[in-house]
Design a protein around this ligand. Sequence first.
Ligand code: UDP
Length: 239
Amino acid sequence: MRVDVLGVGFDNLTLDEAVERGRELLRAGGTHYVVTPNPEIVEVCRENPAAREAVNGAALVLPDGIGVIKGAAMLGTPLRERVPGIEFAARLLESMAGEGLSLYLLGAKPGVAETAAERLKERYPGLRIAGVHNGYFQEDGPIVEEIRQSGADAVFVCLGAPKQELWMAKNGPATGAKLLCGLGGSLDVFAGTVKRAPKFWRDHGLEWFYRLCSDPRRLGRMMKLPLFLVHVRQSGRRK
Ligand code: UDP
């Protein structure tokens, strides 16, 4: 059962349960993908049916961000826990490293995925890196083929939203990977080019504010957050 927030269905799982589901999907056969929408992506989905279909078509839809948690509570259908994509990814990598599985990193500016790969290999001994490619390419075909040839078990697709969700929905099965995860700016964090908010800010639901202060160019995008809450309120009244 998914919890509907403005047309996006979220899986009501804790971080531990989400990681367990991710591990199951890696073993399940076939290709699956995971998305981690924040309020900004929910707003994009309201206006873009193709994006909404790609997001809802994921095997796991995880609430990344305090805004989604607040929205679900305002609608009277609370979600149990915020599941930040980056924390889900880190925990999944621990498990993959233990099993000697391989990972392909797709996205971010040239050079970032390479640095992220080096850091991840140090942090998760046993993890195999099947390959990397930056996120600024013209054609999907050669990238899909490269991933297929690499035999990667999982792919982190970090192209920003909704590009990464559309990419996974369209190309996932052809990559031959078992699990693809759409993780926004995570490669920048893994590479160390962007810092996450300190724990205090994260624990108090203020990561968005920290990110805004460190990169004021995000202001335009973040105006979607109050808009999201207005839409949630309107949708709640209609119920
Ligand atoms: N990006 C990319 N290809 C594109 C557009 C964006 O690889 O065509 C990357 C960008 O370099 C960044 C990530 O996608 O690493 C998106 O980061 P953002 O902070 O926007 O994502 P968020 O985590 O906020 O969803």
